[in-house]
Design a protein around this ligand. Structure first.
Ligand code: ZN
Ligand code: ZN
Ligand code: FE
Length: 766
């Protein structure tokens, strides 16, 4: 008889790992025990040598679906003649990161029960098991035990308790375990929040939806607003009440077969759609479908689609005859999603005709995640429910616990504790919306506190953007001063570069192609079309777009025609628009602002170049949501195919000026010429994309010539654009570059916190 002590780390708690170990050991006739210790699982097994080897092998290969094993280490220890295998209670230990699983969509076993009339949980909206159900959204404190969740107020009935205590049951230690007898229930409220007496709240709610009205439903991480996706009036009314006039809405459909009727998708997109994370996946619309109103995603070739992820969603779709439903966050425009019951009713009164609520509290709000496939791989656009708080390993070892607070738009933060066992794990928060709303900023503060408590991390260093006016920066500055801890300001595009490096565990120096809307540069102008060279320690600006004026600052972001004027003037052209869509007076005012430099900072932004081109070709002069013009320009480009591109020449052919500038004037002249020649707008859009991709290739070759660097990271919000990402990556690969894109965090500002964290970890360690 031999005995081994085995330590397993990763996401191994709250995912059915101990019962799995119990079953495996029993099958192999091994004795010993398994227990949670700090964030890890400790196993001792005793038996024949060959059986022990087999045990180790199967530990990885047959692990439960939600487990995510980082590392298994083991050693021999003296045998002690156990005669059976046991599961022990958790052993608590300070100073270790307990990893918490994201929320998980309903599993097949639970779905079978849900629709089985003879099951005791038939049509019970809150069933779950060890392999599925709420996690992050209901947890109040670590470790993940029922008493630490929002289910603590519910006493399990005898039958539920028996399942919970039985290691052979698939509900062994399923913390939110519940049944109709002992668990949460649904209730229906009228538009003013008063309870409506009914035997069947769900059926009544669905009648409202089917009749073309708008419902608010409490889901997993917050409230959703819901209406029939096929009903033009309902969708228009929802948009009107929510003050969301053009931004695409997401829909929920029964399964991927139903999705295939509306959209085209490949194998990768299908598995993303069906994954237990259940994100909203951007898919290409089929042209003719009556099932989804044009008002859902007007003028977009893509549609955001998700599948049901809770039993309540399954029942909802079932009760409306499996009609596709619009499911959008319960809020007005860009506010954070409503999750607290009283607050939700208060905020959604006037929007919802009825509320379907339940009494399982949501502790941590979590919006739906949004993702797409670019070049065959996942590229997250919004990382939230189903993904948060999943961690990522840092390629460096911080000496102190660090908090990184991210940017202003697409708020998100990251935390890491000091290195233990040569391993530093960064925790990434859910998405918190734009921090210019007071509500969002409050939510941001509260959720940082929650994560610190949950993961028991007290930061000694805070990293933030170098922009002084970001809400996150103000928070960081105040806090650093109040708590007398170190503050590290990180330049915006440096953080983008580092975030992509961390994803790929890169070290040393790389070329960073960082394209986004705006970020404060080290020369106090607004950057966004940057070629950087460097790594975590520092970066140098190797090249950038030729700066132009941003007339009116933020106002120019909302009115792309202003950027068109700026670029046309820069190119020595008369600022004119098709059919006089912008008045001469307005153009004159902006021209004066540009000439006098009044309230018109310099910018090298690629995002704003997209705006300028969109406005010049008459596609869009004003936007109602961030990056709308760029998104529409990409959509146009997807329709055309052309191998011609415009030229983007560098100013100096000698290659001596540093940093080099990329001249956009020739490109602007060609776009204007094409417009005058009545070239189809989709062709112009396509050529524009191609010329940017070629410019990326040329610039990187030039940088390689002087630096010898061959690795390129693509980051910044502009790389949410699939066409540009694919074209740029393909051209770089043609030139034998190694190209790295984002697959874990968004390329946009939602991913900034990870880069800030890595830079601060590097700097504070040195
Ligand atoms: Zn389940
Ligand atoms: Zn029960
Ligand atoms: Fe950015």
């Amino acid at each position: 008889m031999r005995r081994r002590s085995i330590l397993v780390s990763g996401i191994v708690q709250g995912v059915g790992f101990r019962p799995f170990v119990f079953k495996l050991a029993s099958q192999l006739n091994l004795c010993g025990f398994v227990r949670n210790r700090a964030g890890n699982v400790l196993i001792e097994v005793e038996g024949a040598e060959t059986q022990l080897d087999l045990f180790l092998e199967q530990l990885t290969h047959r692990a439960p679906p939600l487990a995510d094993i980082d590392k298994i280490s083991w050693q021999r220890i003296p045998a002690c003649d156990d005669n059976h295998f046991q599961i022990f209670e958790s052993e608590s230990a300070p100073h270790a990161t307990v990893l918490i699983s994201p929320d998980v969509s309903m599993c097949d076993d639970c779905r079978d029960e849900l629709f089985n009339p003879s099951d005791r949980r038939y049509r019970y909206p809150f069933l779950n098991c060890t392999n599925c159900g709420p996690r992050l959204t209901i947890i109040r404190a670590a470790p993940y035990d029922r008493l630490n969740t929002t289910m603590s107020g519910y006493q399990m009935c005898k039958r539920c308790r028996r399942e919970y205590d039985d290691p052979a049951d698939r509900r062994f230690h399923a913390q939110p375990n519940a049944c109709p007898e002992c668990g949460p229930q649904l209730r229906l409220l009228d538009p003013s929040g008063q309870p409506v007496a009914t035997q069947n709240p769900l059926a009544k709610f669905c009648d409202t939806i089917a009749a073309g009205q708008i419902g608010a439903m409490k889901g997993l991480g917050g409230y959703h607003l819901i209406c029939l996706a096929s009903n033009d009036q309902a969708v228009a009314e929802l948009r009107r009440r929510k003050h969301r006039y053009e931004k695409p809405l997401a829909i929920m459909v029964r399964d991927s077969n139903a999705a295939a009727k509306l959209c085209k998708f490949d194998h990768g997109e299908r598995s993303l759609l069906e994954s237990s994370r259940r994100p909203i996946v951007l898919l290409r619309k089929r042209t003719q479908t009556q099932q989804v109103s044009d008002a859902v995603a007007p003028q977009m070739p893509m549609l955001g689609v998700m599948l049901p992820y809770t039993p309540l969603h399954e029942l909802l779709l079932d009760s409306v005859g499996n009609e596709p439903l619009v499911m959008t966050s319960g809020n007005r425009s860009d506010e954070p999603i409503a999750y607290d019951d009283a607050d939700a009713v208060a905020r959604l009164t006037g929007i919802a005709d009825q509320f379907l609520v339940h009494d399982r509290p949501i502790h941590i709000r979590c919006d739906d995640s949004v993702t797409r496939i670019i070049d065959g791989a996942e590229s997250p656009l919004r990382r939230s429910r189903g993904y948060a708080p999943q961690s990522i390993r840092l390629p460096m070892q911080p000496d102190l616990p660090i908090l990184a607070v991210g940017g202003q738009l697409k708020g998100a933060f990251a935390l890491v504790r000091e290195t233990v066992d040569d391993c530093a794990t960064a925790l990434l928060s859910h998405h918190m919306g734009d921090l210019d709303h007071l509500d969002a900023l409050e939510a941001f503060r509260r959720d940082i506190d929650l994560y610190q408590q949950l993961f028991d991390i007290q930061p000694q260093v805070i990293a933030c953007d170098s922009h002084p006016d970001y809400g996150s920066t103000t928070y960081a500055v105040d806090r650093a001063e109040r708590e007398s801890i170190r503050l590290i300001r990180v330049q915006h595009h440096h953080a983008h570069l580092a975030s992509c490096m961390v994803e790929h565990q890169l070290d040393g120096d790389v070329i960073g192609v960082i394209f986004d809307g705006s970020g404060l540069g080290s020369d106090n102008t607004i950057w966004g079309g940057e070629f950087l060279v460097g790594g975590y320690a520092s970066v140098e600006r190797a090249g950038h777009l030729r700066p132009v004026r941003l007339p009116g600052g933020d106002q120019a972001t909302k009115e792309p025609w202003r950027m068109a004027v700026s670029h046309m003037i820069d190119a020595g052209l008369d600022a004119e628009f098709e059919r006089d869509q912008i008045s001469n007076d307005a153009i004159r005012v902006v021209r004066q602002m540009i000439e006098r430099g009044f309230h018109s900072p310099w910018t090298s932004s690629v995002g704003r170049l997209f705006d300028a081109v969109a406005a010049i070709i008459g596609l869009r002069h004003r936007v109602s949501y961030e990056a709308q013009a760029a998104i529409e320009l990409e959509s146009l480009a997807m329709e055309a195919d052309s191998d011609e591109s415009y030229r983007l020449e560098c100013l100096d052919q000698s290659g001596t000026s540093h940093p080099f500038q990329i001249d956009t004037r020739a490109l602007i002249r060609c776009v204007v010429e094409d417009r005058e020649r009545r070239v189809a707008t989709n062709m112009i859009a396509r050529r524009f994309h191609l010329s940017l991709a070629e410019m990326v290739q040329d610039s990187c070759r030039r940088i390689r010539g002087t630096s010898g660097l061959n690795r390129v990271v693509l980051s910044g919000g502009v790389f949410m654009n699939a066409s540009l990402s694919e074209m740029a990556a393909a051209r770089l690969q043609q030139s034998q570059f190694e190209v790295f894109r984002h697959h874990v965090v968004p390329p946009g500002d939602g991913g900034l916190c990870l880069g800030q964290l890595a830079i601060a970890a590097h700097v504070s360690h040195v």
